[in-house]
Design a protein around this ligand. Structure first.
Ligand SMILES: Nc1nc2c(ncn2[C@@H]2O[C@H](COP(=O)(O)OP(=O)(O)OP(=O)(O)O)[C@@H](O)[C@H]2O)c(=O)[nH]1
Ligand SMILES: [Mg+2]
Length: 308
């Protein structure tokens, strides 16, 4: 993960925490006072950490204070860093994706409108290509006018084949045909881009379940990854979206987008804490290169950069 690109951004969370902890220089030594902890709580909530992760962090720090292990700002930084890392850790190797034992690996990309699914699908294709894998893109968004063309343009730029549906067609049929094509051509990874949908759009959620089911019928074990794309700037809404999609298609991992320039990177912590899914990648811009494997240690460091 490009630590420099991340740390170049003005998150300033640590700066804000430090200001708070140092309002009274002696406060840390005497133990964080109740009002300090409340202020820290507010600060974390404002940065989109969500209530459960905020409580975990603050209660953890309280315990550290009681044990007497927090004496300096460096101690506080270290304690927060450790606690953030353990909240974010999922045991998976950053950048790894589950793969089929044999035959094409199928990756289904899902999420609500405009979160960055199509762009992320192209970024993933680019990354897989650089790993030397053959990729097939599948434009299974037959719902939104122009969606197919958008993925086809990416495919052309990347020089990868693309199987497309027709507007208003059945996305499950498109996906089924694409898997036939991938098997016939000996393609390594199939990336299926789907239409944006709100969890309240029952018809569209049913359609997504059908795509998921049909893919599994054509290739047992597929989709090997169902990646849920969430916009990192919408806070608690992303958690809600995650819950609904989890009920519908059992995502295997999350990609959090639009973290470039966001001052609210705490959403990643809330998502990890509240959805219990591994975070696979983060999106840091609109270009093909702007996708980074998610690394808990680097991300914790990013949240706690000394730039505020
Ligand atoms: N800044 C920033 N913009 C992003 C990122 N990822 C996607 N975008 C932008 O977000 C907008 C929507 O991206 P799409 O990939 O079309 O989103 P989508 O989820 O496919 O949208 P629908 O198909 O309409 O549901 C585009 O302008 C993208 O360039 C990111 O990581 N950072
Ligand atoms: Mg799209």
């Amino acid at each position: 993960m490009a630590g420099t690109r991340l740390s170049a951004q003005k998150m300033g969370l640590w700066g804000r925490i430090k200001r708070l902890a140092l309002t009274d220089v002696g406060a840390l030594v005497r133990g964080l006072r109740a009002e300090d902890l409340e202020a820290l709580e507010r600060l974390l909530i404002e940065a989109d950490f969500g209530v459960p992760a905020t409580m975990d962090l603050v209660e953890g720090l309280e315990a550290d204070v009681r044990r007497g292990t927090l004496k300096t700002t460096d101690d506080l930084h270290q304690a927060l860093d450790d606690r953030l890392q353990s909240l974010l850790a999922d045991g998976d190797t950053p950048g790894d994706l589950r793969r089929a034992d044999a035959g094409p690996t199928v990756i289904l990309v899902v999420g609500v409108n405009g979160v960055g699914k199509t762009t992320t699908t192209a970024k993933l294709a680019h990354r897989l290509q650089r790993e030397g894998r053959s990729v097939l893109l599948v434009a299974a968004d037959t719902y939104r006018a122009g969606a197919v063309a958008q993925l086809e343009i990416w495919a052309e730029r990347l020089g990868v084949p693309c199987v497309s549906g027709i507007a208003g067609g059945d996305p499950a049929a498109v996906a089924f045909d694409a898997l036939d094509a991938a098997t016939a051509r000996g393609i390594d990874t199939v990336l299926i881009d789907t239409a944006g949908r709100l969890h309240t759009q029952d018809g569209l959620m049913d359609e997504l379940r059908k795509v998921h089911r049909v893919v599994g019928r054509r290739i047992p074990g597929a989709p090997h990854e169902t990646l849920l794309v969430l916009d990192g700037t919408v806070g608690q809404n992303a958690v809600q979206q995650g819950r609904r999609f989890s009920e519908a298609v059992a995502p295997t991992g999350i990609i959090v987008t639009k973290l470039d320039g966001s001052a609210r990177g705490g959403a990643v912590v809330a998502l990890r804490r509240e959805l219990d899914l591994p975070i696979r990648f983060i999106g840091l811009g609109e270009r093909l290169e702007d996708l980074e494997p998610f690394d808990p240690a680097i991300y914790a460091g990013y949240l706690l950069t000394d730039d505020g």
